[in-house]
Design a protein around this ligand. Structure first.
Ligand SMILES: NC(=O)c1ccc[n+]([C@@H]2O[C@H](COP(=O)([O-])OP(=O)(O)OC[C@H]3O[C@@H](n4cnc5c(N)ncnc54)[C@H](O)[C@@H]3O)[C@@H](O)[C@H]2O)c1
Length: 358
């Protein structure tokens, strides 16, 4: 485990639900440059149970009270999507840095409003697109940026499996749930198409942008059968690379996630595992100059802890932001909204032309 540094960021986690239990509490306890300073939830039973397990210095039932604590430096927002923007704005207004779960928001206007709040606050806001901290994917991306030359074509796929829960139940801790947990007024799963796009599509779109840069336009088709949804999305990147993204929930086979990128001086191919295995993607980087593959091991596959350490590095040491920032968040929300509009209209949609909810 990484050794704790002397200088550490005091972090408070908002939300003691499954994602905090599966990822953020342990990440904050293990991160070399972070203290799990506080936890907060309106559900008292969750706060008590998680407090006794992870031993934060402070426990809160009221988010504003946690934000009023002068010793708190930053928050991790681990709540439902609909609460991300309001909770982030409250934290920024209180002078706290923010690491917020993905997707950063559910509509174009609200995330643009958040961008204004980030700029006004001068604080750091990073989005929990943790694939950017998968060491295999990071190595592939470094090659794509520094050595690949021009990019020709990119394919990526995120295909959830019908067998996902038996697999993840086997490796995750038992989630502790509470009848008092705060939920959005509209159940996010009441519209599954939208839910899958927000929950999973945002990872795929952010990964595409992480490798190939800005997306200008999308042309998307959706096929819906036997309770399964499959989006095939053609993507144009500013750099002239063409892209194809496949989001399918759920396939009748094992989890399937990965990418290929063909460039001038080589290629990258990646197979990504379900995140709860905490395993770095298997990545092969082919160098045309010596016709050789490189295959990084990526031994430390705890991308949730690594994203938190990266976030703390930005704040404590002024390191460059390696995670997704608010502009990346706006771009992926615009891309999700553009995909939905393109499915509806059957036409290509420019990201700069979209507005409204995803
Ligand atoms: N990065 C990933 O790989 C990944 C994986 C799974 C989920 N997620 C994200 O995590 C989020 C969902 O997390 P979850 O399933 O744990 O959510 P959840 O809704 O089950 O739990 C959230 C908790 O936050 C509490 N809460 C909400 N608002 C609060 C407030 N204002 N004050 C105090 N407590 C408050 C609720 O009471 C609840 O206990 C989603 O945004 C989802 O996209 C990310």
């Amino acid at each position: 485990m990484p050794k704790k540094q002397d200088r550490r960021l005091n972090v408070g986690v908002l939300g003691c639900g499954p994602i905090a239990q599966f990822a953020h509490f342990e990440s904050a306890v293990k991160a070399c440059n972070v203290n799990l300073y506080a936890i907060c939830d309106v559900a008292e039973d969750l706060v008590e149970r998680m407090g006794n397990t992870y031993l934060p210095q402070k426990r809160y039932l009221d988010y504003q009270k946690m934000l009023d604590d002068p010793a708190l430096d930053a928050v991790i927002i681990a709540t439902s999507d609909a609460f991300h923007v309001p909770a982030s704005i409250m934290a920024l207004n209180a002078g706290k840095h923010v690491l917020c779960e993905k997707p950063i928001g559910v509509g174009v206007e609200e995330v643009e409003g958040l961008a204004a709040a980030v700029a006004k606050s001068g604080k750091v806001l990073q989005i929990g697109h943790m694939l950017r901290f998968d060491p295999g994917l990071e190595a592939g991306r470094a090659f794509a940026q520094d050595e690949m030359g021009q990019q020709l074509a990119f394919k990526a796929w995120y295909c959830d499996s019908t067998h996902r829960y038996p697999m993840t139940d086997a490796v995750q801790p038992l989630p502790i749930l509470s009848a008092s947990a705060r939920k959005p007024t509209v159940n996010p799963k009441s519209d599954l198409k939208r839910y899958y796009m927000l929950a999973h599509g945002c990872h795929l779109l952010d990964l595409a942008r992480y490798y190939c840069g800005e997306i200008t336009e999308v042309n998307a088709r959706l096929n819906e059968k036997f309770g399964a949804y499959s989006w095939f999305i053609d993507v144009d990147f500013t750099n002239g690379c063409m892209g194809h993204l496949d989001l399918t929930v759920a396939i009748r086979m094992d989890w399937s996630e990965g990418l290929t990128l063909y460039g001038e001086h080589g290629s990258v191919a990646a197979k990504t595992y379900n995140p709860w295995y905490y395993k770095s993607s298997d990545v092969e980087i082919f160098h045309e100059k010596d016709a050789t593959y490189r295959r990084p091991l990526g031994a430390d596959g705890h991308f949730y802890r690594r994203q938190l350490e990266g976030f703390a590095d930005v704040i404590l040491d002024g390191a460059a932001m390696r995670g997704a920032d608010i502009q990346d968040g706006i771009a992926s929300v615009r891309a999700m909204a553009a995909v939905a509009q393109s499915v509806q209209s059957g036409k290509s949609v420019r990201l700069s032309d979209v507005s409204g909810l995803v």
